[in-house]
Ligand binder design. Structure first.
Ligand SMILES: [Zn+2]
Length: 115
């Protein structure tokens, strides 16, 4: 009756377990510095995301950004000064033209009256 029972310590055990289930990687939380073995993106200890934690920008990068900002600000200021200078010159020229035209018209009118 029990002759067909499979022997203990069977030789045909499924050999496909380890490949699909790698152990979760060990990650160090940058917020609370707790080392956790997890596949998730969040620290199990404090709940902060591992992905959003960034290093502070280096001092060199800040210096470069500051210099670039100064250069851009200087360029913008120079352009603004030049534009306003050109505009005022244009305005002065336009006013002068208008005066000349008015003077010419007045002179023409006076000449027309004399005749
Ligand atoms: Zn944490």
């Amino acid at each position: 009756m029990f002759d067909n029972v499979a022997p203990h310590g069977a030789e045909q055990q499924p050999a496909q377990v380890d490949e699909a289930q790698e152990p979760p990687p060990v990650r160090v939380c940058r917020t609370c510095s707790v080392q956790s073995q997890t596949v998730g993106d969040f620290c199990p200890h404090c709940g902060k995301s591992y992905l959003h934690a960034r290093r502070m920008p280096s001092r060199r990068a800040l210096t470069i950004a500051g210099v670039a900002l100064l250069l851009v600000a200087g360029a913008v200021t120079g352009i603004a000064v030049k534009v306003s200078h050109d505009r005022s010159e244009e305005r002065a020229a336009a006013v002068a033209d208008k005066r000349d035209a008015e003077a010419a018209a007045a002179q023409k009118e006076a000449e027309a009256r004399e005749h």
